[in-house]
Design a protein around this ligand. Structure first.
Ligand code: GRF
Length: 211
């Protein structure tokens, strides 16, 4: 069993493609002193992502890097890694980042890239998770914080929250209720890393009692 990271304040980079509500929730947990972390920078692959303005409004370095300006994914990710290393980033937080993470980031941040997915993995990975859950007819869905590996939403699971699916739910209502849980479990999962309590046993995450 390996400890993923010793205890200590986290230096985070957030990668976001969209509105940035999870980013906001993480910022708020830091402001409340419930999460021992600093967000060193926010990077986006979308030039017009609302998350960029949210970050700037908080005085956080925010930069859009257009993947189409690079020859391939490695080239693009090398630039992201360069910017993150420049800021001494030690963990990478995907918050609505709509791209598969490639080997360059994963090799530079092994077991240190986290994602949140709006379903109970391994059910309903990939796009349109809420629609997948509604179409399937599950009675419970939820959200999952996991470590990112080279697959699609397939890495070791850190934390999940269960949300009932109501008979009259649609994608909008279900996603709103799941989002409320996302805004709790993402920063709580990060705090476990700050406390040095996250261990990996095969593909199983074990959260040790306070060390
Ligand atoms: C969330 O539903 C998250 O689970 C998924 O992308 C969405 C991002 O929302 N990965 P936001 O940009 O954090 O508001």
């Amino acid at each position: 069993m390996i400890q993923i990271r010793p205890a200590g304040q986290l230096n985070l980079a957030v990668l976001a493609s969209g509105r940035g509500s999870n980013f906001d929730a993480i910022c708020q947990a830091i402001e409340r002193n419930e999460l021992d972390a600093r967000i060193k920078l926010l990077l986006s692959d979308k030039l017009d992502a609302p998350a960029l303005e949210k970050a700037k409004g908080r005085g956080i370095i925010a930069q859009a890097i257009d993947p189409y300006n690079f020859t391939d994914r490695n080239d693009y990710e090398n630039e992201l890694v360069r910017l993150m290393k420049q800021q001494q980033v030690d963990m990478v937080v995907l918050a609505g980042y709509m791209r598969l993470v490639g080997t360059v980031i994963l090799e530079n941040y092994p077991n240190r890239v986290l994602n949140i997915h709006p379903a109970l993995l391994p059910s309903f990975p990939g796009l349109n998770a809420h629609k997948q859950a509604l179409d399937y007819g599950v009675k419970f869905s939820g959200c999952t914080v996991h470590i990112v590996d080279s697959g699609m939403d397939s890495g070791p699971i850190i934390c999940q929250a269960v949300v009932p699916v109501l008979d009259n739910d649609n994608e909008e209502t279900l996603s709103q209720r799941i989002l409320q849980q996302e805004h709790q479990i993402y920063w709580q999962s990060l705090q476990l890393f700050a406390e040095g309590r996250v261990y990996l046993d095969g593909r199983r995450i074990v959260i040790r009692a306070d060390v």
